[in-house]
Design a binder for this molecule. Structure first.
Ligand code: OSB
Ligand code: MG
Length: 384
């Protein structure tokens, strides 16, 4: 844990704020339906929730790492230790003039992007409350509602068709099917037979290898908007071979952790579409830079999801208002996942459009503290 002697913490000004204290929780919400992807099954959404406090205000964010390293390397136990013993003690009691200043402060530390993201995202909320600005406005967003689709977990084909029927009835603008080896072509044949014209995508969550090129090429027959993350989580290079061999656009999720990853992937023609998850890439500073570098390549982006509860969902919706988020995102209605959310305001899509929450400052939603306490497994206060 190094200090940053070159950092200057400027004098107090309108937008600057001291981070005085932090409340760190682990929250567990049962999922209404188990969510199955190629790497495993989730029956419960467990996540760290961070509240940063300063000058009478609070900023809040959810972290997206899983209990075990199923999606990327970070884990909840590892992140809790780093946040408690490293990251939070290093920022508590300090004044930051902007989220960009916090990003520069955290930049020397390698990796740990999900842990950095939860801190940066909570600080954006806090800073926006100080400035009395909606997060959307502070980010440079351009719309009041964002197009959304659904992500459907692996299930028997009949079940998937029922879920598609329900999602289309609700007006969702894109159907993303989770696939895995052996659960791909027959699924696509059955779905396309029933729904020849819907906007359809697939997400392999890294389940394929270069040896599977023939299967990936066979997917060209189904008019998919993109094939998401066919190869390994830590690979960009080999995706270029896949993109060269298939007509369908490749979209990268797991393998894009930074703006330079996005630049390299687009330069190498390893993908034509990027999935941005603010919680995966280290926060809004990096998410915006990935948005911008993708735009410079003419590559559309869309906002991914990690089954977030209301706080993380609200952050994602604000991010999705940036102009190059031109494909439907994964921030569908919270009621698709949870019996009850941890916020007071409903986050429900209308005809496939999710309204940006709140007209006031920050993320525009508020914690339902009484309910939150009943779904909190662990709580601690971190002080300087
Ligand atoms: O790859 O986008 C993914 C959920 C868990 C882990 C990885 C992914 C997902 C989703 C969820 O697709 C989408 C959502 O939040 O609705
Ligand atoms: Mg994905």
């Amino acid at each position: 844990m190094s200090d940053h002697p070159d950092m200057s913490f400027g004098p107090p000004h309108a937008g600057s704020i001291v981070i005085e204290a932090a409340e760190l929780r682990i929250v567990s919400l049962p999922l209404l339906t188990p969510f199955v992807i190629s790497t495993g099954t989730m029956t419960c959404k467990t996540f760290p929730l961070l509240v940063l406090k300063g000058e009478g205000l609070e900023g809040v964010a959810e972290a997206v790492m899983d209990p075990t390293p199923d999606y990327l390397e970070e884990t909840i136990p590892g992140a809790m230790a780093f946040l408690r013993d490293g990251l939070l003690p290093s920022i508590l009691g300090k004044r930051f003039g902007s989220p960009a200043e916090l990003d520069r402060y955290l930049a020397p530390w390698r990796g740990n992007r999900m842990a950095k993201a939860v801190v940066e995202m909570a600080f954006w909320d806090l800073w926006c409350k100080r400035l009395e600005l909606p997060l959307k406005a502070a980010l440079g967003g351009v719309r009041d509602r964002v197009d959304v689709g659904v992500s459907l977990g692996i299930a028997p084909i009949d079940t998937t068709r029922e879920r598609i029927e329900a999602a289309l009835a609700d007006g969702y603008k894109r159907i993303k099917l989770k696939i895995a080896q052996g659960h791909d072509i027959a699924l696509l044949e059955a779905v396309r037979a029933r729904y020849p014209d819907i906007k359809l995508t697939v997400d392999a969550n890294t389940d394929y290898g270069l040896a599977d090129l023939p299967v990936l090429q066979a997917m060209d027959a189904f008019d998919l908007d993109y094939i998401e993350q066919p190869l390994a989580f830590d690979d960009i290079h080999d995706h270029a071979q896949v993109q060269a061999a298939v007509k369908t656009a490749i979209c990268l999720d797991e393998s894009i952790r930074s703006p330079s990853d996005a630049r390299k992937a687009l330069e190498a023609r390893a993908a034509r579409v990027i999935n941005i998850k603010v919680g995966r890439v280290g926060g809004f500073g990096a998410a915006r830079a990935i948005h911008d570098v993708s735009a410079s390549f003419g590559a559309p982006v869309w906002c991914g999801g990690m089954l977030e509860a209301g706080i993380g969902r609200a952050h994602n919706i604000h991010l999705s208002t940036l102009p190059n988020f031109s494909k439907p995102g994964d921030t569908s209605s919270a009621s698709r996942y949870f019996q009850r959310d941890i916020i007071n305001e409903p986050l429900e899509a209308e005809n496939g459009e999710m309204p940006v929450p709140g007209s006031g400052a920050g993320i525009g939603v508020t914690l339902d503290r009484a309910y939150l306490d009943t779904v909190t497994d662990h709580i601690e206060e971190v002080r300087p």
